[in-house]
Every structure is written in structure tokens, then in C-alpha cells.
Design a protein around this ligand. Structure first.
Ligand code: FE2
Ligand code: FE2
Length: 472
């Protein structure tokens, strides 16, 4: 049963926090540390208030409330999707058994690790995006940035709740570490590579929310299947918020492509840089970069750890219940990427050890749909649809192709050729400087920067020229 959230408490929640004094005190002790992290590592642009969505419930009849709030007073709460009393474990050796409400001792360290890795990405992205407010192309975009930021903050809360509620002292220590590590830090960096890259401009932000947040969506999708029911329910609710982050990325890139296409048609030329736009080939380079670093987030093409997680019931597949197999995979196989005699190829492995590949492929198919819609925008403007996803071997640092260099078409290159030519496919200093030169803030109500088209609609039925943000 889910109880209705208690707003009177310091921490809005639907987990009956008031009945667990020990946990309540642990979270209340962590809260000021979270707030000082938010003040020192969160958004740098001073604001009075922002029109934000706040999660207030999990039910179907509306789970969010919209209104202007000072970000520091945002009510980061703890919400788990409703418990399904009929739920059964859907895969692995415990398939068919009731899910676990407590952490089984034998899986304790693996579960803690999975939660910490997921938890680490949430505040990392806030840190990566902290300076973007100063160059927002409109108040609408500024508001969306802050919405993503506060929700990533809430996702950190979600993971910290699990750590503190179910992992005792180790969990409390991990909760502190999540605030201690910082994106790009020399001494204590974030755990995963892509989360230590900077997000220096808004094209990067849109690509990040499209490609890297989407990795998050797929990871959450596998954890939503977990036999550990509180983790499953937490992730299910996070996925609901994540949909808006995907929307920000998808429509953000849409609007950049749309504006570029307009300029190309207007001037009958690809050279839109001098006209204040972002050239299509620069958009392609940013896409190449963000897509390839996001592919790395799925880990090695084969992994015995992940096979063990699956068999134990800790982490399932994307849409596990739609798969038509035995959900144990003990006798199945899968083709995974591999170097074959030094050439890009594939090799057959047991399905269980190829689960990272399975997830990466689901993700790639999803990314393909973004490219399709951006090409449709080009076709709609009468232009050649020419954006594409680079080959899986391109610019990889993890997996079978980490040791080789390849073109976006998947042709192998010598190290020297790669050195000479990578600027054709990845953003160069010149490209980045140009993009950054366009990042002049437009903080005036109803106005928008010249390098991006306005959105079709505003937020929550409000018009584009609504006062989404009041600057300080
Ligand atoms: Fe998140
Ligand atoms: Fe997100």
C-alpha cells in the first residue's frame, strides 16, 4: 500500500518516513549536506524563483505540482511507485518468487554497488551543467535546465534513501561520498567517464540530455526489473521524471536543426556560421561525440558481472516481460561486437555474458529514432537528410573497439590517420569556439537566441513568453 505523502514533514515522502525515527534522523542529518552541495556545486545563475514541477505523489490522477519556487526551497522528496502485491520476480534463478522487501545478505554488496553507480550519475550531471544558466537561449530553456537539475537532485535523494534505509552504516557512508565526489575532480572524480566531461554550451546540453540521459533511462529500465522491490519501485518513478529530460534533449536538438535548416534555405548555403547559426556538420560532430561516449557507459561487450546480476535477479533486461524466452538465458547465445583478426566483426557468446550488448542495442535503436526525426526536419525544409549515428567502433574507449580507431563509417584507421583526421568527425577547438560565441544569454521574456528555433509549446499549457524564471 502507498500512503499519501506527508507535506508537514521536512522531507516529502510516500514511504512512511515518520514511522521510522532512525531513518528519518539519518536523512535529516544528510539534508543540510545536500543543500550545501547544491549551493556550492549546483546552478550558478542567481534566481529569485523558477516555474518548476515538483513530485508530490505517485498516483495516476496527477503526481506533480507546478509553481514558482525558489530553487533552494525546492521540496526534494522520496517517492516510490505503488507496490504491486502480485508482483513476482521476472527473471533469473529466483524467477516466479515474490520480490524482496529487504536486501538479502548474499547480494548486499552487489546491490549497494549498483545503487551507488546509478546515484553517482545524478548529482554529476547537475555539476556538469552548473554554468549553463548564464548563457540560456530563452527563459523557457532556462526553466527546463533547472527542472532537469532539481530532478537529478531528487534522483540522488531516491538513491540515498535506498542506501540509508537498507544498507545501514555502509549506506550512510556511501551517501556522504555521493556528495564528496565531483564531476571532473582530480582527487575524487565521478565514477563513470562521461560524467566527468564538461557540458560547456547548450548544444552539448541538448546532446547530453538526448544521448547520455537516455543511457540513464535504459539503466533505470534494467533496475526497475530488480527483485529488490524498493529499488524497482524507486526506478519506476524516476523513469516518469526522466521522460521530461528526454523531451528536453529531443526537442532541443530539433530546434537547433530547424533553425540551421532555415538559415541554409534562406541563404542557399551550408555556411551558416557567419549568419549566426550552427552548421550541420558541427551538429553532426557533437552528435558523434555524445553518442560515442554514451555507448561506453553500457560497459564491456561481455561481462560476467552482469551475467551474475541477471541470474541473481538484481538487474534485468529492458522490458523484460516483453521478451519471448525463458528469462533465464542459460542455454541461449548472442552475437557481440568483437575484433576479428584485427577487423571490425562479431563473435557469438552466451546470452548471459552478452547482456550489456543487448541493452546497448536497445539504446541504439532508440537513438536511431532521434536521428530520423532530425532528418525529417531537414527534408521538411527541402534539404538532404544527412545526419547519422556513427558506427559503434567510432571513438570508443570501452569494449571491443577501445583499442582501435575507426571512421564514423566503421573503417579502421591507423593511429596517425586518426590523429590527423579526427577533427573531421569530432568537435574541434574552432567548432567549440564558434558554438560558444553564439551562447549569448537571452533572459528577456518571450525572446529567443538566433541559433535556435522557439519551441512549439510552452510548459504545462503556459505560453512560450510566460515568466518562467525570475532572475535575482
Ligand atoms: Fe536522473
Ligand atoms: Fe535525467
Amino acid at each position: 500500500m502507498t500512503t499519501s505523502p506527508d507535506y508537514a514533514e521536512k522531507i516529502p515522502n510516500n514511504v512512511d518516513l515518520r514511522d521510522d525515527r532512525r531513518l528519518q534522523r539519518a536523512l535529516e542529518a544528510w539534508q543540510p549536506n545536500f543543500l550545501s552541495w547544491w549551493e556550492s556545486m549546483g546552478p550558478t545563475l542567481p534566481t529569485q524563483d523558477v516555474y518548476l514541477r515538483t513530485a508530490v505523489n505517485v498516483g495516476r490522477e496527477g503526481w506533480a505540482h507546478f509553481g514558482h519556487v525558489a530553487m533552494r526551497d525546492y521540496r526534494w522528496g522520496i517517492f516510490l511507485a505503488e507496490r504491486n502485491p502480485d508482483r513476482r520476480i521476472g527473471f533469473g534463478e529466483h524467477k516466479g518468487e515474490p520480490p524482496w522487501q529487504q536486501v538479502p545478505g548474499e547480494y548486499r554488496s552487489e546491490l549497494r554497488r549498483l545503487i551507488v553507480i546509478q546515484g553517482d550519475t545524478e548529482p554529476a550531471s547537475v555539476e556538469q551543467q552548473r554554468n549553463l544558466g548564464a548563457t540560456a537561449p530563452s527563459l523557457y530553456d532556462l526553466r527546463n535546465l533547472f527542472q532537469v537539475n532539481v530532478e537529478e537532485g531528487r534522483h540522488l535523494w531516491a538513491m540515498v534513501y535506498l542506501l540509508q534505509a537498507h544498507f545501514g552504516r555502509d549506506g550512510r557512508e556511501e551517501a556522504e561520498e555521493l556528495l564528496h565526489r565531483n564531476s571532473g575532480s582530480q582527487d575524487a572524480p565521478r565514477i563513470l567517464g562521461a560524467f566527468n566531461e564538461e557540458t560547456p554550451d547548450w548544444l552539448s546540453f541538448f546532446m547530453f540530455t538526448y544521448f547520455t540521459d537516455r543511457d540513464g533511462k535504459y539503466q533505470l529500465g534494467t533496475l526497475k526489473e530488480s527483485a529488490f522491490d524498493p529499488l524497482s519501485r524507486t526506478c519506476e518513478f524516476m523513469l516518469k521524471e526522466e521522460a521530461h529530460h528526454m523531451f528536453v534533449g529531443t526537442t532541443g536538438v530539433d530546434r537547433v536543426v530547424e533553425r540551421t535548416a532555415q538559415l541554409m534555405v534562406e541563404h542557399d548555403s551550408d555556411e551558416v556560421a557567419a549568419r549566426g547559426g550552427i552548421p550541420l556538420d558541427v551538429i553532426q560532430k557533437y552528435l558523434n561525440f555524445h553518442y560515442s561516449v554514451s555507448l561506453d557507459l553500457f560497459g564491456g561487450d561481455t561481462s560476467t558481472n552482469v551475467a551474475n546480476y541477471y541470474t541473481a535477479g538484481l538487474k534485468g533486461r529492458w522490458l523484460e516481460d516483453r521478451r519471448r524466452d525463458d528469462h533465464k538465458l542459460t542455454s541461449e547465445s548472442i552475437m557481440v561486437d568483437a575484433l576479428d583478426d584485427g577487423q571490425v566483426g562479431q563473435t557469438e557468446v552466451a546470452a548471459l555474458v552478452g547482456l550489456n550488448t543487448d541493452l546497448r542495442r536497445e539504446y541504439i535503436a532508440d537513438c536511431q529514432s532521434g536521428v530520423k526525426r532530425w532528418n525529417r526536419i531537414l527534408s521538411g525544409a527541402g534539404l538532404e537528410p544527412r545526419l547519422k549515428l556513427p558506427h559503434v567502433a567510432f571513438n570508443r574507449k570501452v569494449g571491443a573497439f577501445a583499442g582501435v580507431e575507426a571512421t564514423p563509417d566503421g573503417r579502421l584507421l591507423t593511429a596517425g590517420e586518426w590523429e590527423r583526421r579526427q577533427g573531421e568527425w569530432l568537435p574541434t577547438d574552432v567548432d567549440k569556439t564558434h558554438v560558444r560565441s553564439l551562447m549569448q544569454p537571452v533572459h528577456e521574456r518571450g525572446k529567443i537566441a538566433a541559433w535556435i528555433a522557439p519551441p512549439r509549446n510552452g510548459i504545462n499549457g503556459k505560453p512560450f513568453d510566460y515568466d518562467y524564471v525570475h532572475l535575482a
